[in-house]
Design a binder for this molecule. Structure first.
Ligand code: RB5
Length: 152
């Protein structure tokens, strides 16, 4: 029997404003035994961040990967685009507090980072927190549900 394919835990994508930070995060993820896949971009040439954000967001919403990390200059364009895909909750987190709450309260499934805002050291801490903080459920689950279907 063929070996079972391991599920991708983290799908990454970046534009030219985020590619350097993305490339710095890959060895960190590998060292933590995170199963990741990189959808690019792979060089310094300018690319349009929505093209990357759509790919990652659709794959996360479709269950191909548990979580996504999108990196552009600020994280903002990636998050705005990704949040257009139903089922995606993308959060811009350029600090540790936001990363913790994005998971604990918002059950964010995509982390958006600003490659022109934070350095690799802080980004690694943010990623670690984002990947390990559980969703608190309870009242937050009710609020997450209201995001999808309006208010009761
Ligand atoms: C690209 O120059 C820049 O606009 C992009 O990386 C991002 O910051 C958009 O939100």
């Amino acid at each position: 029997m063929a070996p079972k394919k391991k599920k991708i835990e983290v799908l990454l994508g970046a534009d030219h404003g985020g590619v350097a930070l993305k490339d710095e995060l890959l060895p960190f993820l590998t060292a933590r035994h995170v199963i990741w896949k990189d959808l690019g971009t792979f060089g310094d040439a300018a690319v349009d961040y929505p093209d990357i954000a759509w790919q990652v967001a659709r794959a996360v919403a479709g269950g191909e990967a548990a979580k996504g990390i999108l990196i552009c200059g600020s994280g903002i364009g990636m998050a705005i685009t990704a949040n257009r895909v139903p089922g995606v909750r993308a959060a811009v987190c350029n600090d540790l507090y936001s990363a913790r709450l994005a998971r604990a309260h918002n059950d964010a499934n995509i982390l958006a980072l600003g490659g022109r805002i934070i350095g690799a050291g802080l980004a690694r801490e943010i990623v670690a927190l984002f990947l390990t903080t559980p969703f608190e459920k309870g009242r937050h689950l009710r609020r997450i549900r209201k995001m999808e279907g309006g208010c009761s």
